[in-house]
Design a binder for this molecule. Structure first.
Ligand code: FAD
Length: 407
């Protein structure tokens, strides 16, 4: 049986990026995924600009399939009484559709030499002085393995069990729902302007989260998501219909078009797992919980983690040491780059998602707070802002602009 240097399990953005950089570094790589590509994935399809700063090697594969940049965002308070209109001075976010984007990253990995096997469901792992991945297409042997199959990753469960970490509870998980109705370029250009303006509505239907419209070239990506602790108790269809009707009323969705269907997926919203390694094993992306607890953004973190992992994998192969102790270098490395940022975002999510009426109100008065909002939502500053800046500003605004309402 062929022995691979590394087997990457899951061909989403995090797994494919890991396979890309591993193959580029000369490793013998196998990437496995259960789906037939191109495949869809529930997502808003918004990329932060810093992706290209951190992963320039992927730019030539991704740039051609970008639908459009968005140059501004309109943020609405839950009552719709307050609205922030913010133009991004730098760091314009990019719109993509996941079917095309995920396929492009997977093909990039193939292009630099990774072996790709799709329609192959991973069933189990056996550790035997290396790892055997048991799949619907037979067994594959690797010196080590990378878990990238999403929030229900089996390797992540094994790490939790080994290292005594509890599974995510409902209060740590979120759900996001979306659809991409075709409304045509003419409607989008007329309604969302050449800026492809993003819309964000806080607390739609009272959920602790937000609704969004991210316009692409001819389709609108519409969705809402939030923490399970509030989203589990709602009538999804009702809130979805209300949200589409609100967009229709405001002219953001064609009045004569039917309410589109909706689909969703789970999202870990409590920050990364405390351990992302064990012997022979690393986790990247949603498998490891690398998602912004504020915005639900996970593509950048997952892909960046895939690149960061390569140094540790290379060292493990050179020294033939695949122990957790040796692989823990990866855990320290990604933590250094965006661990603190995700922890800070977790803290700010409490403030922004619990008190959005107040935060948007302050934002209408304070230009600096607008910047902070946009930065936190769209990751304009690498490494994040830290906790102090947003808190100091909000406290400052609370004194300057008294607010007597709720939320
Ligand atoms: C509705 C919604 C909106 C979102 N919007 C955004 C956004 O606008 N911007 C953003 O940055 N993030 C967004 N996210 C988060 C983002 O989608 C994830 O963080 C991202 O997809 C994580 O990538 P990944 O590669 O870790 O996992 P995934 O993209 O989930 O890929 C996992 C892969 O593993 C495969 N797989 C699963 N199980 C198996 C198995 N047993 N065997 C083989 N293969 C398997 C799957 O087929 C899949 O291809 C959103 C999430 C949701 C739910």
């Amino acid at each position: 049986m062929t022995e691979y240097d590394v087997i990457v399990c899951g061909g989403g953005p995090a797994g494919s990026t890991t396979a890309f950089y591993a193959a580029k570094a000369g490793m013998k790589v196998l990437l496995l995924d259960k789906s037939k590509f191109p495949r869809d994935k529930a997502c808003g399809g918004l990329l932060t600009a810093r992706l290209f700063d951190e992963l320039p090697e992927l730019e030539k594969y991704i740039k051609p399939i970008i639908e459009c940049p968005s140059r501004d965002v309109n943020l609405y308070s839950p009552s719709m009484k307050y609205q922030i209109d913010y133009e991004f001075p730098v760091g314009t976010p990019w719109n993509i559709t996941r079917t095309v984007f995920d396929n492009a990253v997977l093909e990039a990995a193939r292009d630099v030499g990774a072996e790709i096997l799709t329609q192959t469901r991973i069933k189990d792992y056996e550790f035997n002085g290396g790892v055997t991945v048991k799949t619907s297409n037979g067994d594959f042997k690797g010196k080590m393995v990378v878990g990238a199959t999403g929030p229900a990753d089996k390797l992540a469960s094994m790490i939790r069990e080994k290292r005594n970490i509890k599974p995510w509870s409902d209060s740590q998980m979120g759900t996001a729902l979306m659809w991409e109705p075709h409304v045509g370029k003419e409607f989008i250009d007329k309604t969302y302007s050449k800026n492809s303006s993003l819309l964000v509505h806080f607390k739609p239907g009272g959920i602790e989260g937000y609704g969004w419209v991210f316009p692409k070239k001819e389709i609108l990506n519409i969705g809402f998501g939030g923490y399970n602790r509030t989203i589990k108790s709602i009538k999804i269809k009702e809130i979805w219909t209300d949200y589409i009707n609100l967009l229709k009323e405001d002219g953001y969705f064609p009045k004569d078009q039917e309410v589109p269907p909706v689909k969703g997926a789970p999202l870990p919203l409590d920050g990364p797992i405390k351990a992302t390694t064990m012997d022979y094993t690393l986790l990247v992306g949603d498998s490891a919980g690398m998602v912004s607890p504020l915005s639900g953004e996970g593509i950048y973190y997952g892909m960046h983690a895939g690149k960061i992992a390569i140094d540790t994998i290379k060292k493990a192969l050179e020294t033939n040491d695949f122990s957790q102790k040796n692989l823990d270098q990866y855990h320290r490395d990604w933590n250094k780059v965006f661990g603190k940022e995700l922890r800070d975002l977790s803290f700010f999510a409490l403030m922004a998602l619990k008190l959005p009426e107040r935060m948007v109100y302050y934002g209408t008065r304070d230009e600096k707070l607008c910047e902070i909002f946009a930065d936190l939502f769209l990751g304009v500053t690498p490494g994040g802002l830290g906790k102090r800046k947003p808190i100091t500003r909000a406290v400052f605004d609370a004194i300057r602009y008294p607010y007597f309402g709720l939320g």
